[in-house]
Design a binder for this molecule. Sequence first.
Ligand code: LMR
Length: 392
Amino acid sequence: MLDRLEPQSPDALLALIKLHAADEREDKIDLGVGVYRTDDGATPVFKSIKAAEEALIGEQQSKSYLGPEGDLGFVHSLMPYIFGKDATMGGRIEGMQTPGGTGAVRLAAAVAKHAGATRIHMGTPSWPNHAQIFRDLDLEVAAFDHANADGTANLEAVLEAIRGAGENEAVLLHGCCHNPTGIDYTPAQWVEIAEALAESPALPILDVAYHGLGHGLEQDAYGVRRVLNAVDEALIAYSCDKNFGMYRDRVGALYVMAKNSSGLDPILSNLNALARASWSMPPDHGGAAVRLVLRDDTRRQQWLDELESMRNRLRWVRERLAAADNQVSGLDLAPLAEQNGMFAMLKLDKDQIARLREEHAVYMAGSGRINVAGLTKGNIDKFIAALADVAG
Ligand code: LMR
């Protein structure tokens, strides 16, 4: 039976990790997969997480099963940061732990499908795995343009998609730090998006994978909160990969906001059943460590400081690239200073991207996406010179 399977090409982004690792040039630059790097090019475990892990080893008495919902202490500890002071919206929001943000997106799409969804509208470009997950669940993907050529968000396109979306349809929106463009909706645009969603029968699915890496935890939650205040129900996928540095520990959560508190239980029972049928229960360690960060004042403050320094560094790289706009013709680097998070799209074609790799040892996604966190004080000048070479 299995020899009927068609070979699949490896995930392009993950393949890039191996390609970069095999390159022996010492001055190689990795701008591929989205992991944060310090100015030394390292991706260390957060100090706050290390401290929490040490505490966890001391206090954990059992590794017995928790259930499909995972560590609810972790799930609930995150909620005020995402949803604000009234973190349950009057008892209308509850969540469960998932294996990473990917697990949360997958569960969101699966429960939407179980509720009758047939199609998901999403701005493109998007994280390539979004469309892959939706198609794997036999959900049709309806694409609209996320960005304008000038590096701003295309408000008309998203509003048109929302207004055109029917019953049995969902709309996927990135909460902040858009992947791959870095182009977020402005607060004024979120107001219009929320109003359009309030009038629409479509289900909003909000993907929040970079919370705190744009302008701060509060500002980055603006769009999510605005939408939740306007609509009856929504799904919110959350990742701790980047803002707690938990990548391989797979720490995420899926939240649901129901029309009213009594509507939550049937939805949660479906989420539990779907989780049980897929991964049964999420891995515990990372979620427990995040809980121990958020529930201890010292560790929590340490995490907030670590997040702030990441944000400041990303801002520095963006400003440095934007300032190099006149050194590199045709790429329009100036808008990068206004964009957010770890990613930016450069207007490079396939040949230019290949030349960057072959001639300059610069590794980036074939789409033109760069992980700005891969740039440091030590390599950014070389990168700008390489861009000027291939783009000029
Ligand atoms: C990325 O877009 O690079 C990250 O979200 C990692 C991933 O899983 O693709």
